[in-house]
Design a protein around this ligand. Sequence first.
Ligand SMILES: Nc1c(C(=O)O)ncn1[C@@H]1O[C@H](COP(=O)(O)O)[C@@H](O)[C@H]1O
Length: 159
Amino acid sequence: MKQKKVAIIMGSQSDWPVMQHATTLLNAFDINYDTAVVSAHRTPSRLYAFASQATEHYSVIIAGAGGAAHLPGMTAALTCLPVIAVPVTSKALNGIDSLLSIVQMPKGVAVSTQAIGEPGAYNAGLMAVQILATSDAELQSRLEAWRQQQTDTVPNEVE
Ligand SMILES: Nc1c(C(=O)O)ncn1[C@@H]1O[C@H](COP(=O)(O)O)[C@@H](O)[C@H]1O
């Protein structure tokens, strides 16, 4: 079975400096992805069109937004694909607003929320790889080798 792509969507072009970190591990593992600006607030029809077609093209969606970050939750409401959310660092409240508006989803609609900002975007890419690896043995073994390499780089002693 051919692996479907990952979608990386974000509420604004201004989210890209954070969201680009979601591509680090997708690139490292040769996983195809698309990127798009989609906003629940500013482009609701675009969000509806994207989410209603998403299962045809994608296996996983990474959604980043800042401030009143309704994009991940609204995306999850419109598709049964796994949605990995990145709370983008905001100017006024450093991303606490983004985090809180993403993480408290009502029971019955799930979003996998990552950490605020760059580490969260990086881990969103990692989580996407981990999800894809559950149905791809070759990817799973590359992921395990990557994890071992990371473990091996952690020094034992304090200098
Ligand atoms: N949170 C959302 C949504 C949404 O959730 O639909 N759409 C845009 N935004 C956010 O507004 C912030 C400021 O956007 P601008 O920089 O374009 O003014 C961005 O972090 C974006 O994710």
